[in-house]
Design a binder for this molecule. Structure first.
Ligand code: PHE
Length: 449
């Protein structure tokens, strides 16, 4: 039985879905947080350079593998070579990517649950249910379980509807809303007193922080996570991309969109921090660094929302809605990674496969919520720090060393017939073969020193 493989219905549909995947907590939470804890504008600079030099080429690697293989991530690598060993190793790497995807989704659902709780909290502050509000803002196991479950249900609902009617439709609706809210919020923040000091920190680099190796490691991890690399998410989306599209061009659009959103998010959050400082909030942690992560999003910014009065309630609703949208469009792409495997190997309907996989991932979330202090940091490091860079390097090695150059060229020529004369084709294949794995490995070794 060979059913016709689903496809995104239009170019803009693919771009919105892939950008929806890329633009997530990584951009709106992770990026400003990293900027705050890695020396401001110097980090922005390194991030932009690494996105262009490493993450973009790897994005093209994933999309090209996916569109050629027309399969889930476990079988994809094995299709690049006739060699048995390379094929079996490819299966192994594919399975590893599936495990990382499931773990990543499990922590994504937890954080997104917190965001949902704060969104409902901001809404209920209008109506005035003080007890309910207190419960929503308290970090308890019951609240975290309930809201992670709500988020997981919504993610399952969208993915179960399929590529065109679920993922594409929802991304096409939500991404423009996200962009509008982000621009509005950033514009508003810049009018607040004190915000300009934040713009300075954000845009004027202090080059001395470039001497610190951790800036490169953090920027690399951030840019790979942000472009959804290293779990095969872009392999799976690439497998639903029409053969008439030019992969390098469409990939560049997605990467630019992702960087733009991260940049705008920084322009919202760093100036907001300094506006909070202006109003008397403490924006530094015990080590004298700018606050980052949870305390930035759930403590310092809400202080600002409180101080600015009635408009603060609206800003707070919009802010948590923005984060929730970003989280949802990314989570659906992460869930699609294991779901596509289950559909293609277990002969299940999409609905059943999605429920089963999403349910299993929620169980992991629940176990993590109950054993939060031990499991959460472990899962976070295992997935975002070590695994996605390692798997990305292996994807590059498969495309550079194992896939026949003529077949690779043929795939890229679909949708860009003159590519063999382009600068892209002169540089990218050797770049992916030699430079990317070495650079990734170099930065990877820094994790262990
Ligand atoms: N890119 C998403 C973010 O920035 C996370 C993600 C990683 C999504 C891997 C899909 C696959 O939050």
């Amino acid at each position: 039985m060979t059913a016709v493989r689903s496809q995104f219905n239009s170019r803009i549909g693919f771009i919105m879905a892939a950008a929806g995947s890329a633009v997530g907590l990584g951009n709106i939470w992770g990026f400003p947080t990293q900027v705050a804890s890695n020396g401001g504008a110097a980090f922005v600079l390194v991030y932009l350079i690494l996105t262009f030099l490493l993450a973009y080429p790897v994005l093209i690697v994933e999309m090209t593998i996916g569109r050629y293989a027309q399969s889930n991530v476990v079988s994809a690598l094995s299709k690049l070579s006739d060699n048995k060993i390379a094929a079996n190793f490819g299966y192994g790497i594919g399975l590893y990517a599936i495990i990382v995807a499931c773990l990543m989704l499990s922590f994504y659902a937890i954080i997104s649950g917190w965001l949902f709780a704060h969104l409902i909290g901001s809404l209920s502050s209008i109506i005035g249910f003080p007890d309910f509000e207190t419960w929503l803002y308290e970090n308890t196991v019951s609240r975290n379980l309930i809201f992670a479950a709500i988020f997981a249900t919504l993610t399952i609902y969208v993915v179960a509807k399929g590529i065109e009617k679920g993922i594409e439709k929802w991304s096409k609706t939500l991404m423009p809303i996200l962009l509008i809210i982000l621009v509005l919020l950033a514009g508003y923040t810049l009018t607040l007193p004190g915000a300009l000091a934040g713009v300075r920190v954000y845009l004027l680099p202090d080059f001395s922080s470039l001497a610190n190796p951790s800036i490169y490691i953090n920027a690399l991890g951030q840019s790979f996570f942000s472009l959804s690399l290293g779990i095969g998410g872009m392999i799976v989306y690439g497998s639903y991309l029409s053969k008439n599209e030019s992969i390098p061009k469409i990939g560049a659009t997605v990467a630019l969109f992702d960087v733009l959103i991260a940049f705008l998010a920084g322009l919202l959050i760093i100036p907001a921090l300094y506006a909070a400082l202006h109003y008397g909030a403490n924006i530094y942690d015990a080590n004298g660094l700018l606050t980052s992560g949870e305390s930035l999003i759930f403590e310092v910014l809400p202080i600002l929302f409180d101080i600015i009065g009635t408009s603060g309630i609206i800003v707070s609703i919009l802010f948590f809605f923005l984060l929730s949208i970003a989280a949802l469009t990314s989570a659906i792409s992460i869930l699609e990674v294991p779901v596509s495997l289950v559909i293609e190997t277990q002969n299940l309907t999409r609905r059943k496969a999605t429920l089963l996989t999403g349910g299993a991932v929620f169980c992991v979330s629940a176990i993590t919520i109950i054993n939060f202090d031990i499991l959460f940091p472990l899962i976070l490091d295992f997935t975002t720090k070590y695994s996605i860079t390692l798997i990305s390097a292996i994807f590059c090695i498969y495309v550079g060393w194992i896939w026949k150059r003529t077949n690779l060229l043929k795939e890229l020529q679909r949708g860009s017939s003159d590519i063999s004369n382009s600068l892209f084709w002169k540089i990218w294949p050797n770049y992916v073969k030699f430079v990317c794995p070495v650079l990734i490995a170099l930065i990877f070794t820094q994790f262990f020193v």
